[in-house]
Ligand binder design. Sequence first.
Ligand code: C2E
Ligand code: MG
Ligand code: MG
Length: 361
Amino acid sequence: RETDLVARLGGDEFAIVLAAAPDAESSATSLARRLLQAVAAPYEIEGHEINVGTSIGIALLPEHGPDLDRAVKNADLALYKAKSQGRNAYCLFDPSIAAAAELQHSLETDLRTALAQDEFEMHYHPIVALATMETISVEGLIRWRHPKRGLLPPADFIPLAEDSGLINTIGEWVLRKACSDALNWPAHVKVALNLSPLQFRVGHLADIVSKALTETGMPPQRLELEITESVLLESSSENLEALHRLRDKGITIVLDDFGTGYSSLSYLRTFPFDRIKIDRSFIQELAVSTECAAIVSAVASLGRGLHVDTVAEGIETEDQLLLARASGCTQAQGFLFGTPCPAPELDFRTSRLSKRDGEAA
Ligand code: C2E
Ligand code: MG
Ligand code: MG
């Protein structure tokens, strides 16, 4: 309309100012829907079909103001929220969005000093061999003891650490801390650590790992590194090379959370993983969903064919344990064998569950 304004703010960012309307919220959201639809229609350029995605954030004046600057900032916060919901979405600002952004911001500031103030802790979670019910490996899981917010799980801060680049120094701390802890465990027990795909971007990950092993005196044969498929998704050739260098040193390379994400079988051919961990979401439904049972059996038999161990992640009940074993998984991890705990609380005597308890009927 004559009364509205469209402007390009820069790059691929645009602003639309709608003149006052009787029902501002519904006119803004209905325009947003029409825009998303219009822009999403495919364009044909020199014989190629081009698809353009849009994300829209909306703020109303005066309620999301009071001044224009504030309203633009709030529309921007809503835009980020829309983006996080995937392509072609719009989001209307509300105060909870600002509160969440504020929290993220303050956590990110705190994260910068957390290492220096020794606020990280490692908790450990056993992985048992189903044939013997013995702990063969222990997964290290980071926690942040925040001075005001208490013990935070990795989901609350790993994404922030990744965004801010702090993941590399935190990752190095995890390596050193877990390797020194593991030196106090029985020599046949390995330690498994999670790597963020971003840790591969530094370009010399294999050297960083070697240095941590040398400094702590940990033999590479006792270290396992867990990665997700996303590591193979981006700049694969460099990441593959790093993985090969790590594996050549004798380190075990584990594919974590298999079954979620792309689950491309070509990854299993691209790199000789030593172990596949079947994602918890499949194990949770094992007893109630024939689809999950079929998928777990199929991945276990894939593992057998490839001569790699398959771990059932997230075993919480005796039933799930029996079914995982019957499906052909060779190892298991889950709250049934204990929850993640600090190193001094680890118990390496044969698992509380006897071999008989875990055997399939
Ligand atoms: P993950 O590597 O798949 O780790 C397993 C997660 O499942 C852990 O959550 C563990 O506590 C939880 N879990 C294990 N068994 C059960 C069960 O029976 N039931 C339920 N409900 N949960 C179970 P946590 O510690 O919150 O870690 C979440 C994720 O954070 C990890 O998933 C891993 O991707 C990431 N993470 C943890 N530590 C690190 C780290 O040091 N570096 C990086 N980059 N990521 C880490
Ligand atoms: Mg893991
Ligand atoms: Mg996992």
